[in-house]
Design a protein around this ligand. Structure first.
Ligand SMILES: NC(=O)C1=CN([C@@H]2O[C@H](COP(=O)(O)OP(=O)(O)OC[C@H]3O[C@@H](n4cnc5c(N)ncnc54)[C@H](OP(=O)(O)O)[C@@H]3O)[C@@H](O)[C@H]2O)C=CC1
Ligand SMILES: CC(=O)C(=O)O
Ligand SMILES: [Mg+2]
Length: 602
């Protein structure tokens, strides 16, 4: 495109066009006439200039008028892809209402439908995420560079990528490329909950085929129409993707998400020491459940000594085993137990029953660590049998099997415990092992409860007292963990950093939240909580000698002198620094229209 008039004070037409079309710079109906004139967009919309509040009010009315959550999801995606700042203004101010629409449970429905809806989520030329298919192998580096949703801000390179292969999307199984909704959804929470600049996020779905018959037979399925590749090809392709990503963006933090469990563990083992990465389903979930468990232990400690808990996990995949491993750290660190002692507090159940060493089947690698050898040859095939054998104080569901904690199971937990801990953590809501209402009714309202997807509060009919369920979802961890890591730039993300994120989340409850016996902070405080989690991760990374950001290292050394007693501390200056670095849709620091127009001058 030719320039307008050469010389000082005139505009470069190409730049003007990219500003006018940028979903980030677009201010829609709030654009002042001066800017419309400068951008040559005067006359392209009605003349009214609105305030940001009016603009937001209209969008919320439209959103609320939609009759299904999927329609709301589509509306919100369009908003995000046409007016980023308006979208995040809405998300941040209405977190409780919007989170279930852009994340679990609605994102589950959106993923199932993704091939049907994705062409309608964004205007042409604005990608919703980056697709890397097997056929792209020779050109990975170039294709990675193609992802430029905000062409005007091309100097702002991605800081965080969430990557999936769509093989285990929530509890919905193998959805192939339709899994894209997950990296997109997670990254929206990075922005809303931790203030990562939306221009610096990179959602990726790698397409190595799918074994989902429904997708393979769906005329509208948009991914490769072939079965998944074998393990050799899988690891080789993922390796090529990781290497290309690091080549293009050397400081990129990579979050592995919703890979099938075998691959999830192997990828984490392979990359965690030498690549700036973590696995959200193993480590993020481990940390968030640990945090809720720490608070649950406090609530029941009058009756159950912390070291006397008996934890029964229903589900022994990446999430179940990841959580179980993280809980061991609690017993070791806070209660001085040895690894062997702590391990004895954990039992796993999978599709074949209680996981034991002598069960007779070949156990998947990740199950061996917790496989019991003290069962004297007895085997326990069902959850009921396992409960009778273990007599658990806590029952944790990570099995993707909706409703499996039935009335009988819940009643039995209530007989065994004054306050049974029941965490049906599978997603989306239809896969939760039980509802909050069922858990309350089945335990005479004595349950200590957290689920992966938020359930409504429950009012006890006799007393009129309302009880609030916890939401044990990794969304309370990964945004803050990622932000802390991005700021401190540690060489790797360690168990200690993960533990620090969990223990800080646990201590972030306000007095009011504690008085309501909540296990997690209310969602509306998530931005503040993420800043605290980020600060904890930073302190830990500095203490471990792994942080590489000089300014952060100095600040931590000044602010947190007594590192050994740091747990539970607030590190006010550091938290303030983190908050100042959080992207905010209304901050002049991140958006100054005059300056942006100025930049387009020749
Ligand atoms: N709340 C949160 O933040 C998070 C929740 N999750 C949820 O956790 C769930 C599991 O994830 P992940 O571990 O990766 O998935 P996997 O599919 O790898 O694991 C599921 C596990 O459940 C077991 N299982 C499935 N059905 C049954 C059954 N009928 N009876 C007994 N065991 C059964 C499987 O047994 P087998 O091994 O024999 O096949 C397997 O061990 C998902 O729903 C996911 O959404 C995940 C991450 C975070
Ligand atoms: C929450 C999440 O990461 C999952 O269900 O997989
Ligand atoms: Mg996940």
């Amino acid at each position: 495109m030719p320039n307008h008039i050469n010389g000082k004070g005139h505009y470069n037409a190409e730049k003007i066009e990219s500003i006018a079309r940028s979903p980030y710079l677009n201010q829609g109906t709030t654009t002042p006439h001066s800017i419309r004139n400068a951008l040559h967009t005067a006359g392209l919309s009605p003349s009214a200039v609105e305030t940001a509040d009016q603009q937001k009010k209209r969008a919320l009315i439209q959103l609320r008028s939609k009759s299904s959550n999927l329609e709301k999801y589509i509306f919100l995606a369009w908003l995000r892809n046409t007016n980023v700042r308006l979208f995040y203004r809405i998300v941040i101010s209405e977190l409780e209402e919007i989170t279930p629409l852009i994340y679990t449970p609605t994102v589950g429905t959106a993923c199932v439908e993704y091939s049907h809806i994705s062409p309608f989520l964004a205007p042409p030329g604005i990608p919703d995420g980056l697709y890397l298919s097997l056929n792209d192998r020779p050109n990975l580096t170039q294709i990675i560079k193609n992802y430029r949703p905000y062409p005007f801000d091309v100097s702002l390179t991605p800081q965080i990528a969430v990557i999936t292969d769509g093989s285990r999307i929530l509890g919905l199984g193998d959805l192939g490329v339709n899994g894209m909704g997950i990296p997109v959804g997670k990254l929206q929470l990075y922005v809303a909950a931790a203030g990562i600049d939306p221009r610096r996020t990179l959602p990726i779905t790698i397409d190595l085929g799918t074994n989902n018959e429904k997708n393979l037979n769906d005329e509208f399925y948009l991914g490769l129409r072939k079965r998944r590749v074998d393990d050799n090809e899988f690891y080789s392709f993922v390796d090529a993707v990781i290497k290309s990503l690091i080549k293009v963006y050397p400081e990129l933090l990579i979050q592995f998400e919703d890979f099938s469990s075998e691959h999830a563990f192997d990828l984490l083992t392979k990359y965690r020491e030498n690549t700036f990465c973590f696995n959200d389903d193993i480590q993020g979930t481990g940390a968030v459940v640990l945090s809720g468990f720490i608070n649950a232990v406090k609530l029941v400690e009058k009756d159950v000594h912390p070291t006397k808990h008996r934890l029964l996990f229903f589900g022994a995949g990446s999430a179940g085993v990841g959580v179980a491993k993280q809980l061991l750290e609690f017993f070791k660190i806070e209660h001085g137990m040895s690894e062997e002692e702590a391990k004895k507090l954990v039992w796993l159940v999978d599709t074949k029953g209680l996981v034991t060493l002598d069960r007779g089947d070949k156990l998947a690698k990740h199950k061996i660590y917790f496989a019991r050898d003290d069962n004297n040859g007895s085997q326990f095939k069902t959850l009921e049998e396992a409960i009778e054998y273990v007599k658990p104080t806590a029952l944790v569901g990570l099995s993707s099997t909706g409703g499996v904690f039935n009335e009988k199971i819940i009643n039995r937990m209530a007989e065994l415990n004054k306050n049974p801990i029941i965490f049906p953590l599978s997603n989306p809501m239809v896969n939760a092992e039980c509802t909050f209402e069922a858990a309350m009714k089945g335990t005479d309202n004595r349950v200590i409860f957290a689920s992966g997807t938020a359930f409504p509060a429950y009012t006890v009919p006799k007393t009129g007292k309302t009880k609030y369920p916890g939401q044990g979802n990794n969304m309370y961890i990964f945004p803050g963990l990622g932000l802390g890591a991005i700021l401190a730039k540690p060489k790797s993300i360690t168990d200690r950093q993960i533990y620090a994120s969990a223990s800080t989340l646990a201590t972030s409850l306000t007095e009011k939240e504690k008085s309501l016996e909540l296990l997690y902070p209310v969602v509306s405080r998530i931005r503040h909580v993420s800043a605290q989690v980020a600060a904890a991760v930073i302190v830990e990374a500095v203490d471990e000698g792994l942080a590489r950001d000089e300014q952060i290292i100095k600040m931590v050394q000044n602010d947190c002198k007594e590192l050994k007693t740091r747990q539970g501390k607030k590190w006010d200056n550091l938290v303030k620094f983190v908050q100042e670095n959080m992207w905010d849709p209304d901050s002049e620091k991140f958006f100054n229209s005059e300056e942006i127009i100025g930049k387009s001058r020749m």
